[in-house]
Design a protein around this ligand. Sequence first.
Ligand SMILES: *Cc1c(COP(=O)(O)O)cnc(C)c1O
Length: 456
Amino acid sequence: MANWPALAALIRRVGRPLVVEALRAWAEVRRGQPDVADPDACASWCEGRLAGLANPTLRRVFNLTGTVLHTNLGRALMAEEAIEAAVTAMRSPATLEYDLEGAGRGERDDHIAPWLCRLTGAEAATAVNNNAGAVLIALSALAAGREVIVSRGELIEIGGAFRIPDIMARAGCRLVEVGTTNRTHLRDYAAAIGPDTAAIMKVHPSNYAVQGFTKSVTAAELVPLAREKGLPVIEDLGSGTLVDLEIWGLPHEPTAREAIDAGIDVVTFSGDKLLGGPQAGLVVGKKSFIERIAKNPLKRALRLDKVRLAALEATLRLYADPEKLVQRVPTIRTLARPATEIHAQAERLLPALVQALGAGWQAGIKPVRGQIGSGALPVDLLPSFALSVKAQGKGGGLDKLAEAFRRLPIPVIGRIQDETLLFDLRTLDDEAAFAAQLTSTLTLLPLEGEGQGGGA
Ligand SMILES: *Cc1c(COP(=O)(O)O)cnc(C)c1O
């Protein structure tokens, strides 16, 4: 079959192995059917099957969901400086573990540790694959085989199966729960400390808030107790920022420096949440503990590659000048964007949207509340504006319309709320590319039946 001319063209285009794979599938599907040996039927079936492979599956999209740090859409967008550093590291050999002055071996962490120390006030720092990895390695290095005390109000689960009790078990630690869901007192911690206690852990309740009759013990209260008993305090800050977000009128989110100033021994946080860098788990704190963490065998399993290290170093460098962060770090720029500016953008885009939709839809501008996402500040919502679309008349078809937007050359992802399709514009920075896609009505309207639409 592979000699058929129609297949030869296909082989030239996508290569032999994929065509052979498609042929096998065709033979399987059409086994015993009269057309199994029909070259044209076979070639066009194979072509259809292979068309699905033409586009990469990891694609650029417009995140207009209203969630700025959307985990499923890849969280933080990186600063140009970080992108350039990453590209250079990808293209060329680099001083990943090489010390140019001594012409000898260097340490991966040397690229980022001085910056992390400078920016947080910590004595030492290291970095691993992500914050889940940072928590795992910190617990494993400092408390394996022993007990770690955690408040019941902080036994969090965040998406993707990160649960404190499970991580604790994986790290080989025994979890000792203290207090209750809503109230934990210093005396609860004190009573739980025994000969087998290795550490006390605090976890930032990043994706929920316990409200009402509550009590939790602050780091400042906890540290003196831990010191007296000779125990380290580990804090998982989650998002953990390096700057006070209040500068930009945002609600307060704990900074890594505050945790260090409060005397926390080991602080962990993510690189791709509020920091606005690549995926990474940052660990800062006392030198003796960071050294133990960096020497742990898990460090090798969880280490960062040169691409992310380059991007992380470049991102951290930007924090040296906080005043320029708004211009340079997309995450901060997006969070700090004034609602008036978003509204003006909505007004610019609405006419094109109305035209692209055609009859049957009612488009407008709606005040909405977005969120930071990735667990940061769960109860504080960002005032914003969305392009909104409702079905005129009896309604229906909104899911199909949302699907049509997802089929655009650069898929547009919004959210449906109260029978309205919303595109929150806080996160739209490439307005030109978005508008360009709205110029063609045709791409938006293959809504009936099976039609596949233009796609790209
Ligand atoms: C997000 C988060 C994590 C996990 O961080 P990753 O970088 O996604 O691994 C752990 N703990 C808390 C409190 C978080 O908010």
